[in-house]
Design a protein around this ligand. Structure first.
Ligand SMILES: *[C@@H]1O[C@H](CO)[C@@H](O)[C@H](O)[C@H]1NC(C)=O
Ligand SMILES: *[C@@H]1O[C@H](CO)[C@@H](O)[C@H](O)[C@H]1NC(C)=O
Ligand SMILES: *[C@@H]1O[C@H](CO)[C@@H](O)[C@H](O)[C@H]1NC(C)=O
Ligand SMILES: *[C@@H]1O[C@H](CO)[C@@H](O)[C@H](O)[C@H]1NC(C)=O
Ligand SMILES: *[C@@H]1O[C@H](CO)[C@@H](O)[C@H](O)[C@H]1NC(C)=O
Ligand SMILES: *[C@@H]1O[C@H](CO)[C@@H](O)[C@H](O)[C@H]1NC(C)=O
Ligand SMILES: *[C@@H]1O[C@H](CO)[C@@H](O)[C@H](O)[C@H]1NC(C)=O
Length: 450
């Protein structure tokens, strides 16, 4: 009886825990079993009403190949892990000592076959090849075919774009010639190889590409090359994949380094798209998070919309950014060495700095709903390192929240934390019992969603 009611409680709680269908960029995302999703360098395959998310499994924190995972969803929010789509084969270019990155899968209608393309490399990235594998079902497992240099030239970061013409012509988008030139080559009708180059953007140093087509214009989204560290990702456009690429333009305010992320895949959503990026954590790769944001064309050009918490209506092709309640850090109670910082870059012109090493700030009268809520911490680190901050609700145990390197200037980013606030007033203390310095705290936004 006690056991039965515990089970009932557990079910009720898990329903509640999944009640808010929201995307929270930068949070630790879990699958339907509660395990952290390992699907970095994402590729999405749409089959009818189902989505399949392929990516790199980095649970062991290594950059070497362990598996291409496959997750299934009908709403892009609830992901069920399937069998691994591709696993290592020792003695080939996809052994456990090699690199398999950025897996992308297309359906080939002519052969009724799923074809996976990926960046295939050796452990020092000197092979610079593409790899191909095929399967009869979306998650396979896939049978590895080969790795090679397309048209005899380097290929590192890559993606595949399938056009909407009658033959569903597909293209390989890839960083070539030691990452200096960016190339687009056309695939054969089986999607097994490339046959000819379509176009090239020379001397550009691009990687992490994806293409979205809007009103007959192709938009290439790509980052520049700075290793695992983020940079301002760009867009380029053309009316033909065979010529005439525009010059580069930012998809987000430059100083944010694409909100500390790198493009992996861009999925159309109505008149707009979903930017699916990686927030790489190079020293603990498996804790790298996913930054999915609306990529909005309402200005006529693709621009990322920062959203702490957001949702989409897949049928309508629309998205909604959640609004919450803002509490300014400078309105809190400071203790220890904590100090008010004044700068127009901060919301309200002020932030609280010197948190940690004894310095704390407590925000009082923070209204909660008792249901578990997302809270976004807006911060600036003031230097080029990662920091973290402890968070304690009503004097309870602390949780630690990572704060990515904001680049040294007064660049403000936000990171999410799920807090159990009681209904009515709460006190939230930052940096209590912390023996390192936390980021400077500008404000927090408390959302109703959890
Ligand atoms: C592949 O080689 C690695 C390293 O030698 C070894 O740990 C692993 O068990 C091998 N895997 C298979 C499937 O043989
Ligand atoms: C599609 O493929 C067929 C057969 O190869 C070819 O005749 C036709 O021109 C192609 N159509 C397009 C739009 O490329
Ligand atoms: C791809 O095509 C090229 C010719 O352009 C050929 O040399 C190469 O062997 C092909 N690769 C595979 C894996 O079929
Ligand atoms: C090249 O792009 C420009 C600007 O988008 C456009 O005006 C021009 O017609 C294009 N030329 C070709 C050959 O497609
Ligand atoms: C920031 O401004 C407040 C009031 O405007 C002032 O009391 C405080 O001394 C200033 N702090 C710094 C570090 O300049
Ligand atoms: C928290 O950040 C500090 C650097 O400010 C770092 O030394 C420490 O390892 C981090 N703690 C954790 C648990 O990541
Ligand atoms: C801070 O540390 C003290 C001493 O260990 C402990 O009593 C207190 O509970 C801690 N506070 C929080 C919020 O963890």
């Amino acid at each position: 009886m006690a056991f039965a009611s515990l089970v009932a409680l557990a079910i009720a709680f898990s329903l509640l825990a999944h009640a808010d269908n929201v995307i929270v960029p930068g949070a630790s995302w879990t699958d339907t079993s509660g395990t952290v999703i390992q699907a970095h360098g994402a590729g999405i395959l749409t089959v009818g009403k189902e989505f399949y998310w392929f990516g790199e499994d980095k649970a062991d924190n290594s950059y070497l190949f362990s598996a291409v995972t496959c997750y299934k969803s009908t709403d892009l929010l609830t992901w069920e892990r399937q069998n691994d789509a591709l696993t290592p084969i020792n003695g080939t270019m996809i052994s456990t000592a090699d690199i398999v990155e950025r897996p992308k899968v297309l359906y080939n209608k002519k052969n009724a076959e799923y074809v996976m393309w990926f960046h295939s490399d050796n452990s020092d990235y000197s092979a610079a090849m593409v790899g191909v594998a095929t399967a009869e079902t979306p998650c396979g497992p896939y049978a590895y075919k080969a790795s090679w240099k397309p048209l005899g030239a380097d290929s590192r970061d890559m993606s595949i774009y399938q056009d909407d013409d009658e033959n569903q012509t597909a293209y390989l988008l890839y960083a070539s010639d030691n990452n200096v030139d960016f190339k687009i080559s056309v695939l054969d009708s089986n999607y097994y190889n490339v046959t000819a180059m379509a176009s090239e953007i020379s001397n550009i140093n691009l990687e992490a590409p994806g293409i979205v087509k809007k009103d007959s214009v192709y938009y290439l989204i790509a980052s520049h090359t700075s290793g695992w560290a983020p940079n301002p990702n760009k867009w380029f456009s053309t009316t033909s994949l065979y010529s005439n690429w525009s010059t580069q333009n930012d998809i987000a305010p430059e100083a944010t380094n694409t909100y500390f992320s790198q493009n992996a895949y861009d999925l159309p959503l109505g008149a707009n798209a979903i930017y699916m990026g990686d927030r790489w954590r190079s020293d603990v790769l498996g804790s790298s998070t996913y930054i999915w944001l609306p990529l909005d064309w309402s200005t006529g050009a693709p621009q990322l919309v920062w959203a702490d918490v957001w949702s989409m209506d897949l049928a309508a092709g629309t998205y909604t950014v959640a609004t919450g309640t803002t509490y300014q850090a400078e309105d809190g109670v400071l203790s220890g060495g904590a100090e008010i910082l004044n700068n127009t870059a901060y919301s309200g012109g002020e932030a609280v700095g010197w948190l940690g090493e004894g310095g704390t700030v407590t925000l009082n009268n923070v209204q909660g709903n008792g249901r578990g809520q997302w809270v976004s911490l807006y911060f600036a680190n003031g230097d080029s390192t990662w920091r973290n901050t402890t968070v304690s609700v009503n004097g309870g145990p602390t949780v630690l929240v990572d704060q990515p390197n904001t680049g040294g200037g007064l660049v403000i980013l936000s990171v999410p934390v799920k807090l159990n606030l009681r209904p009515g007033a709460n006190s939230i203390t930052f940096a209590v019992n912390q023996t390192t310095y936390a980021g400077d705290l500008d404000k927090i936004i408390v959302y109703n969603q959890g």
